[in-house]
Design a protein around this ligand. Structure first.
Ligand code: TYM
Length: 337
């Protein structure tokens, strides 16, 4: 009889900041895909509270937001029985590895990060060292688990590239230690744009509240935001350069209905933008309803959430133990017992 070799599952790691309710961009660009990957990969997902303190946080609000973000992650389909779902600060390996890796990361590399430039412009009164070394911590998150793939939106691609370079540099200097991770981005929806300025990414920090849809927005709010979406002076629903507002709405509609761009063009032929915007709003609201229901249910059971966080964080800690010992040995630290 022919012997079958069972290939070990590839490993996935990703994280999200607990800085308020997830946006539709977070959801479509990343978190929704995390759930879909659970069957075929060994998945590790994390609420990255260490990253969140690179900008000013009220401690009580951060703690509450971390619980909410964890509940939202589960509501978006992450099953703590199938994936390791935890909170970053609960596994000290992230901070420890970050220090080691910062000594293999060049100042010039960090200085090129566009997110650092954006954030330091927005938080000019608090350009702290953590904001600058943020991508090293992100590299540590990924490399500590030897993840093969990292599901992210397009805005995190530059950080992932840095993580790859740091892994390669460390491996060259100290011998093969880290897996060099690959990005995993959705074909459609890796970069949702602001509804008010479709040349900018949809973001929590959008000054115009109507630019960003949150996944806990109620139906009326969602419909209102889509009805007010900035488009162009034409009337044809088709995906074309120069029609950034419509392109963004078509992308969103496609992501929540599964329809192709061609099907959408046909569906709205001869209809105006008003009908289209209402249809997108309705489809998004319908799509988010089960997530909102699951979230409300989870938030009523804090004991369950705390138990999941404890278990997930212990699992995460155990997963990094061996690699951390290896890293410490490689760089020349005295063996830990
Ligand atoms: P964060 O918390 O800003 O965003 C979480 C995920 O959402 C994606 N995303 C978007 N995707 C499409 N369109 C948008 N408008 C949009 N806005 C956000 C992000 O690309 C991200 O995948 N540094 C990370 C968190 C992090 C991490 C990690 C990610 C820390 N360590 C390790 C992966 C692996 C961040 O701030 O994501």
């Amino acid at each position: 009889m022919e012997e079958k070799t069972i290939q070990p599952k590839k490993r996935i790691f990703s994280g999200i900041q607990p800085t308020g309710v997830f946006t539709l961009g977070n959801y479509i660009g990343a978190v929704r895909n995390w759930g879909k990957l659970q069957e075929d990969y060994e998945c590790i997902y994390c609420i990255v509270d260490l990253h969140a303190i690179t900008v000013m946080q009220d401690p009580a609000i951060l703690r509450a937001n971390t619980m909410r973000a964890y509940a939202l992650m589960l509501a978006c389909g992450i099953d703590p029985q199938k994936s390791v779902a935890f909170v970053q600060s609960r596994n000290p390996a992230h901070a420890e590895l970050s220090w080691v890796l910062s000594c293999s990361t060049m100042f010039g590399e960090l200085n090129r990060m566009t997110q650092f430039k954006d954030k330091s412009a927005r938080h000019a009164d608090n350009i702290n060292a953590g904001l600058f070394t943020y991508p090293v911590l992100m590299a540590a998150d990924i490399l500590a688990y030897n993840a093969d793939l990292v599901p992210i939106g397009a805005d995190q691609k530059q950080h992932l590239e840095l993580a790859r370079n740091v892994a390669i540099r460390f491996n060259q200097r100290f011998g093969e230690t880290f897996v060099v991770p690959e990005p995993y981005m959705p074909e459609t929806g890796a970069r949702l744009m602001s509804l008010q300025d479709p040349t900018k990414k949809m973001s929590k920090s959008d000054e115009n509240a109507n630019g960003c849809v949150y996944i806990l927005d109620d139906k009326d709010t969602i419909l209102r935001k889509f009805r007010r979406a900035v488009t162009d002076s034409e009337s044809e629903v088709c995906y074309r350069e120069g029609k950034e507002g419509i392109n963004n709405l078509m992308t969103i509609y496609s992501c929540v209905t599964g329809k192709t761009l061609d099907e959408i063009t046909t569906e709205f032929a001869g209809k105006g933008y008003g009908d289209f915007k209402t249809a997108v709003g309705e489809a998004v609201a319908d799509h988010l309803e089960p997530v909102q229901t699951a979230y409300a249910r989870l938030m009523e059971d804090k004991a369950y959430l705390n138990a999941c966080i404890d278990t997930g964080s212990e699992q995460a800690f155990r997963l990094t133990g061996k690699l951390m010992s290896k890293v410490y040995r490689r760089v020349g630290f005295i063996d830990r017992k």
